[in-house]
Every structure is written in structure tokens, then in C-alpha cells.
Design a protein around this ligand. Structure first.
Ligand code: AMP
Ligand code: MG
Length: 393
């Protein structure tokens, strides 16, 4: 049986970033850029005013005070979206608004609050220092500066910067299409009233949500009954459209577990067990050339298996640099026990404690205990060979 880390590396070895496509910047939220992006021009593009006020030559108002203001002749106005032609002559000023280009010749902006306008003159009540309240061209980004490196996930901040620089369209890795297949003759939809022995299918929704959160595009299929023919039929269809197939259930050793057999008939299996709990029966393989990851049906197992194997695979296809979640140290708030032999993933809630975190298990940890996922902030690793971890560990 493979250890978790080994299994993940083996799975990830079969994935690479999907070939880049062009996308308009306005549609690129959450996508990962496939190229280093450099600024085609400086930002700001031109010297502009940081305040509403007056553009002046600083030397004309040197020594100005409230008691002894400098008087400058008002020769015009420049608002955002316009520009003044010609140079500001000595002894003159123009009214200027925030974001408007500073006219050639002017080298300071005096905020309106320290001025007084009288007819065609403006009185400057406080001497400006040179370049005061001017946002210099290139002070944010210089032409040719690298702004976003390949592998960066585009959030609102990155998108806004790329938009300012006119970097559209961009080359990004597409979102992987992930077929979500659940198996089980017992499953009915969440809206249905289950009959005897039936349960509502929660894994479809869980897996589709996990895929979306990981940045993939889920493809939906009807739940598959526990027979070989329907399992094969759905897998075949999924393999046509998907970049990855994820399934739930039917991978154990029960009489009605047909997933492994179906995968073997249509493709191949690399391994089918990982030394972890919950979620030991993880099948890694391919169906007609499309990567396949089969998780056991227990609702907690699919979450844990998804985090360990599926999410990193999706992130690799998206071109992300970081494939796994951040790992932090936390102090265990209560003593926990298990049998030695497998790594356990204990669902925990995290709270701040001093400079660090305190981890509190979310109650009973059985692989069917769905309530253990509510309010869960992470999983604690309970190492393979340990049988007990004391509160305070
Ligand atoms: P299996 O791995 O098929 O043996 O399923 C293990 C357990 O998970 C059984 O109790 C199933 O009823 C349950 N289960 C399987 N599929 C789902 C599903 N889609 N939604 C909720 N529970 C499921
Ligand atoms: Mg089943």
C-alpha cells in the first residue's frame, strides 16, 4: 500500500498544465497565466495630479504663507480626461483636478484647501515643495517591468493591473473539465424522498463544489447503478469530454463494487489503495487515455481524498505553482487516539492562540460522519505509527 505522499507524487506525475488559450482580461478571474507579463508602458502613463487644486511652478510660490500669499494669474483648467496644450508660463497657474495631466512647465500642485481664488487670480497660502502632489509617470511601474509571472493565479488586483496596462487578451491555462461520477444503487437526488434503504446523493454536490473551488469545471452525470455495463458506459462517455474523471463509491471489495473492473476493461489501474484514513481505497488509473481517480463513497472520504489527490491534480492542470494547501503548526486541544498503521486525517477547527493556532477536532471522526466537515478549517495529520496524541501536542 502506498503512503499518501508517494501516492500524490505518482498521481501528479501524470499531469501537466493544459495547453494555454487566449482569453480577454475581463474573463480571466481565477485563471492562471501561462506567460511572464511585462508592462508595455509606464504606469501612471503621464505625470498627474494627486489632488484637486492648482498646478504651479513651485519657484513662483516659494516662501508663500497665509499672511503673505503668492498671487498667480489663472490661465485655465484641466480636468481628468483632458490635457492642456503648451507650457505653463512663469507667474501663472491652472486649476487642476485629481488624475488630470500636470501641464508641462508646472512642477507642483497646491491643494485647493490652501488657496483662495479671486477673479482671475489664485492666492497660494502655503509654499509647495517641488513635485508636491504630483504622481510621477512610471512611479508605479516602469515600461518593461515584469508585472505578473507565469503561474500566477489572477485575482481582482492582478486583473485590474493587467487591464490598466492593456494586457488583453492573455494566454492562460484553461480550466480542466472534471467529470464527476457517483455510483450506488441506493442513491436518489437531494430533492427526492428516499425509499427503503435509499439515501440522498450528497457526493455529487460535494464533488462538483470541490471541483469548482479548485478551479475546475465540473461535468455532471446521472448516478450510476451498481452494475458493470452502466459503469463502463458512463466512464466511456466521461472520457470523451473530460480532462480528468473523478468517481465516488464502488472501489472497495464488495460484491457490487464495479468501478475497478470497469476501469481495467477500458483502460488501466496504477494503484488502488493508499495508507490513510479515511479514504483508503483510492484508485488511480486511466480510462481510454483520460486520467481517472476513484474515491470511496463515504462522504468524508471523498473530501479527504479530493484534498490529497484531486485538488493538486486540478491545480497542476491549471498551471498553478502551489499545488497543496498551506501547512501550519497548531496545538492540539484534546487527546486523540487511533490504531497504529495508517496516517489519519483528523478534521479540525482552528482558533488563534497567542502567536499560533489551536486545533480542535470536529467531533466523531468516522468516514460516514458528515457533521465532522461542518465548520472544518483543515485536517490534522495523526502520524501512521502513533496511537495517541496528547492534548497540548
Ligand atoms: P461504497 O464506497 O460504494 O461502498 O460506499 C460507501 C458508503 O458511502 C456507503 O454507505 C454508501 O451508501 C455511501 N455513499 C456512496 N455514494 C454516496 C453518495 N453519492 N452520496 C452519499 N453517500 C454515498
Ligand atoms: Mg457503493
Amino acid at each position: 500500500m502506498l503512503e499518501v505522499q508517494e501516492a500524490r507524487l505518482r498521481i501528479l506525475g501524470g499531469f501537466s498544465p493544459l495547453p494555454p488559450e487566449e482569453l480577454r482580461v475581463a474573463e480571466a478571474l481565477g485563471f492562471v497565466v501561462a506567460e511572464d507579463l511585462a508592462a508595455p508602458h509606464p504606469l501612471p502613463r503621464f505625470d498627474n495630479s494627486a489632488m484637486d487644486g492648482y498646478a504651479v511652478r513651485a519657484a513662483d510660490a516659494a516662501g508663500a504663507t497665509e499672511a503673505d500669499p503668492a498671487r498667480l494669474r489663472l490661465v485655465g483648467e484641466v480636468a481628468a480626461g483632458s490635457a492642456m496644450e503648451g507650457e505653463l508660463a512663469p507667474g501663472t497657474a491652472v486649476r487642476i483636478m485629481t488624475g488630470a495631466p500636470v501641464p508641462p512647465g508646472a512642477d507642483a500642485v497646491v491643494p485647493v484647501e490652501v488657496t483662495r481664488e479671486i477673479d482671475d487670480q489664485v492666492e497660494i497660502l502655503q509654499a509647495p515643495s517641488p513635485r508636491a502632489h504630483i504622481r510621477d509617470a512610471g512611479s508605479d511601474i516602469g515600461a518593461g517591468d515584469m508585472v505578473v509571472e507565469a503561474g500566477t493565479e489572477l485575482g481582482p488586483g492582478e486583473l485590474a493591473l493587467l487591464a490598466s496596462l492593456g494586457l488583453s487578451p492573455l494566454r492562460v491555462h484553461p480550466r480542466p473539465k472534471v467529470a464527476v461520477i457517483v455510483t450506488g444503487a441506493e442513491l436518489v437526488t437531494p430533492e427526492a424522498e428516499p425509499g427503503p434503504g435509499q439515501i440522498r446523493d450528497s457526493n455529487s454536490l460535494a464533488l462538483r463544489s470541490l471541483v469548482l473551488e479548485a478551479g475546475g469545471e465540473p461535468l455532471t452525470f446521472d448516478a450510476v447503478a451498481d452494475d458493470l455495463a452502466s459503469t463502463e458506459e458512463t466512464l466511456k462517455r466521461a472520457a470523451q469530454d473530460a480532462d480528468l474523471i473523478v468517481s465516488s463509491g464502488g472501489v472497495s471489495v464488495g460484491r457490487y463494487d464495479f468501478v475497478k473492473e470497469a476501469v481495467e476493461r477500458l483502460g488501466s489501474i496504477d494503484f488502488w489503495r493508499v495508507a490513510m484514513q479515511p479514504g483508503k481505497p483510492v484508485v488511480s488509473g486511466e480510462v481510454a487515455g483520460t486520467p481517472f481517480l476513484g474515491l470511496p463513497g463515504n462522504p468524508v472520504s471523498i473530501h479527504v481524498g479530493f484534498e490529497q489527490f484531486v485538488r493538486p491534480a486540478i491545480r497542476r492542470m491549471r498551471g498553478c505553482r502551489d499545488l497543496v494547501r498551506p501547512v501550519i503548526d497548531a496545538t492540539l486541544s484534546e487527546t486523540i487516539t487511533k490504531r497504529a498503521g495508517r496516517l489519519h486525517f483528523v478534521r479540525v477547527r482552528l482558533t488563534r492562540e497567542g502567536d499560533g493556532f489551536r486545533a480542535t477536532p470536529t467531533g466523531a471522526q468516522g468516514s460516514h460522519v458528515q457533521s465532522s466537515l461542518v465548520g472544518c478549517d483543515g485536517v490534522a495529520r495523526f502520524p501512521k505509527d502513533l496511537e495517541q496524541m496528547e492534548a497540548g501536542t
